[in-house]
Design a protein around this ligand. Structure first.
Ligand code: C2E
Ligand code: MG
Ligand code: MG
Length: 682
């Protein structure tokens, strides 16, 4: 992968299809029947066709009716003409009575009215007529009854060829019935025809008009969707800052690589987790922009220095991950680790500041460290945490033991919480002596956790070296530390109240507790609560508290001093000790780490270190105490070097409060002619 953008969206695993437009629009003609708008158009087209046909039909019916009535009229005219006998006499009917009756009874004629040429009525036969000539004696035309069964017409003298005008009432029932049945049939046909025409029309419309529109819309939607999908894919799979793939992409890629067996039969897939040490501090101190620049630089360096087939991802703030498939015979993951460490070596310059970036790396391999992608990631993460815990800028390869350790830690944390609630935590006390006088001058409170189990003994003591780091990691150290401080101060006060000459109570304060809680007000509160005079309390701190925020730590120590309590640096000589800073630290005592004491009788170097610490302490006006004093040799040596105080198994291990009381009382009652012998007798 040559540059951060190389793993573009094309290579990314497909996103789940998000909507129908991915599938395309249904362009078959049947589509039109499925849509609402289609139905509206159909209904409209149908109505138009139907109404046009109906109008046409009514015109046709009307024409038909006129034809039928014309025929009826013609029939009536011919039967009338046959029966007419002209008479010369005026106002005498041309019909014989019996002829007229026969006409009315047996033909379509139901009534007759005979008029002369001036439309003066001569004679009427059968049913009465509605049709009457007007006063002016004009031809009134024809009349049709509302029910359509009667049709009255006027035959003029020209039509009948005789000097009469004859009005006749005709039975048009047949005509009406024929028209009615024809109308019904025709309406059915119109309906069918309209439907067929609508279908044909709609099909044509779809082919010619709708399909192209829908197709065009679909194309637009597809284009919009494709653009969106591209954006969504970028958001879903790539980190916005560095352009590197993100965790989701990495995981999918790893899964796919496992599935496709890209590492071959004998190869492995190596997953490396990289965490930048103290990135948060840089971010906090220099601002997010500087932090971002740093991450971009690191991303580019990783891309440049790792092989092309490596997938490099940014997981979160300062965590990167690398996936490489390694074939047998090729360099293994340690070569990759080297490359990563090498590319970090070069200082990073941001806003005219130079940063030295250090990284912790955790490595796991498929298939050795897990069969599933998730397991491989989890184990690389465990290895990384291990690397971070064992000192930064470290590299750890996953081992199954880590898993067990993680489980044990989780279990311990759970049990420790319970222990807090169920008061399984207690304090033991180890005395401290003035090396010259042999007097007990102090006591160190040490945490003891009796963890019940199913063993014969019913439980066992868990060493603070095991449980304190777990408590520190989870933040549980803060309430535990409070409990320790409160109990130790209350015990010291109680001993004083019971008559023991006052001695210093040394309490260990964890670095996490020092920074996370308001240690100054806690100490003030506890002293007030227990009524212990501040000068009898000493806080043992480690050098680690100065690493992160030296000035902040100095300020806190100053405030503690103002309260009147003493401070000591525990395990002195093992941590980060900037001698130039030491003179600025407001402390009272240096506590030489026991590792130097144990080895001092044999190793000259250790003795030199002890000497150095004692001289340094004295030159800064500090008292020096040695812990881990187990033998007379240790004691002699420390005496020779001028150490002020001692603490160790040679005198007493840490013991419960009641035992300590007895020990102290017994110790103080002894005759003290010679301080030296008394001390040695302890
Ligand atoms: P530390 O503060 O340096 O305490 C001295 C440790 O050395 C104690 O171990 C003590 O029992 C042990 N020790 C004393 N004299 C001798 C000796 O002559 N030989 C040997 N081999 N060991 C000796 P412990 O009690 O196991 O505590 C271990 C560490 O746990 C302490 O080291 C301290 O860092 C931490 N710790 C203990 N209690 C507390 C606590 O209440 N709060 C905090 N934050 N840390 C504590
Ligand atoms: Mg200590
Ligand atoms: Mg110590």
């Amino acid at each position: 992968m040559g540059n951060p953008d190389q793993h573009n969206a094309d290579a990314a695993p497909p996103l789940k299809q998000a909507d129908d437009h991915q599938q395309g629009v249904d362009l078959s003609p049947s589509h039109i029947w499925k849509s609402k708008i289609g139905w509206r158009v159909i209904l409209m087209v149908f109505c138009i066709i139907f109404s046009m046909q109906t109008i046409l039909f009514f015109v046709m019916i009307h024409v038909y009716e006129i034809e039928q009535l014309g025929e009826l009229r013609e029939t009536a005219r011919s039967v009338l003409v046959q029966k007419i006998h002209d008479t010369d006499k005026p106002m005498v009917s041309p019909f014989l009575k019996q002829d007229a009756d026969r006409l009315v009874a047996h033909t379509v004629i139901r009534g007759l009215a005979v008029y002369d040429m001036d439309y003066t009525m001569i004679k009427a036969y059968g049913a009465a007529l509605m049709l009457r000539p007007s006063i002016k004696g004009r031809n009134p035309g024809s009349y049709r009854s509302d029910d359509g069964f009667r049709y009255e017409v006027m035959f003029t003298s020209r039509e009948i060829g005789h000097p009469y005008n004859i009005a006749a009432r005709l039975d048009s029932t047949d005509v009406s019935l024929r028209i009615a049945s024809n109308t019904l049939q025709a309406l059915g046909k119109v309906l069918l025809l309209s439907t067929a025409l609508t279908a044909i029309f709609m099909r044509a419309l779809h082919q010619l008009l709708l399909a192209p529109i829908l197709r065009r819309n679909d194309e637009i939607m597809r284009r919009v969707y494709a653009q969106n999908e591209d954006k969504m894919r970028k958001l879903a799979y790539f980190d916005g800052l560095t352009g590197l793939p993100n965790r989701t992409y990495f995981l999918e890629f790893l899964k796919e690589s496992i599935k496709q067996k890209t590492h071959g039969k004998d190869g492995v897939l190596a997953v490396l987790f990289i965490d930048l040490d103290y990135f948060k501090d840089i971010n906090d101190a220099m601002g997010y922009e500087a932090g971002d620049r740093l991450l971009e630089t690191i991303a580019q360096r990783l891309v440049r220095s790792l092989p092309d087939n490596a997938v490099i991802a940014r997981f979160n703030a300062d965590e990167f991950a690398v996936l490489v498939s390694l074939q047998p015979g090729q360099p293994d993951s340690s070569a990759l680790v080297e490359k990563i460490l090498f590319c970090m070596n070069e200082p990073v310059e941001i806003v005219q500041e130079t940063f030295l970036v250090r990284a912790s790396i955790g490595v796991s391999h498929y298939p050795h460290d897990g069969k599933e992608a998730y397991d491989i990631l989890k184990n690389a993460d465990i290895a990384l945490n291990r690397a971070k815990a064992e000192g930064r800028a470290a590299v750890r390869y996953y081992s199954r033991d880590f898993d067990l350790m993680v489980q044990q830690r989780v279990q311990m944390l759970h049990d420790l919480r319970k222990a807090m609630e169920q008061k399984q935590l207690q304090l033991y006390y180890q005395p401290q002596f003035d090396l010259k006088t042999g007097h007990i001058v102090g006591v160190e409170a040490l945490l003891r956790w009796w963890r019940p189990d199913n063993s014969k003994e019913g439980g066992k003591f868990i060493s603070p070296t095991e449980c304190i780091p777990v408590a520190e990691q989870s933040g549980l150290i803060v309430p535990i530390g409070e409990y320790v401080l409160r109990t130790a101060c209350a015990t010291a006060k109680m001993w004083q109240d019971k008559g023991l000459p006052p001695i210093r109570m040394a309490v260990n304060i964890s670095g996490i507790q020092f920074h996370r809680s308001d240690i100054v007000s806690l100490v003030a509160d506890v002293l007030k609560e227990t009524k212990l005079e501040p000068r009898w309390l000493e806080l043992e701190l480690t050098e680690s508290i100065f690493i992160k925020d030296t000035q902040g730590a100095i300020n806190i120590l100053d405030m503690l001093h103002r309260l009147g309590v003493e401070t000591a640096i525990d395990d002195f000589g093992t941590g980060y000790s900037s001698l130039s800073y030491l003179c600025r630290f407001p402390i009272d005592r240096l506590k030489i780490d026991q590792s130097f004491i144990w080895a001092a009788p044999l190793h000259h170097n250790d003795r030199m270190i002890i000497r150095g610490i004692i001289n340094l302490g004295h030159s800064l006006n500090l008292k020096v105490i040695a812990e881990g004093v187990e033998t007379k040799e240790h004691e002699d040596l420390l005496k020779e070097e001028g150490c002020n105080e001692v603490q160790g198994f040679k005198y007493s291990k840490a013991i419960p409060a009641e035992e300590f009381w007895d020990f102290a009382v017994a110790h103080m009652k002894r005759p003290a002619k010679n301080e030296e012998t008394r001390l040695l007798r302890i």
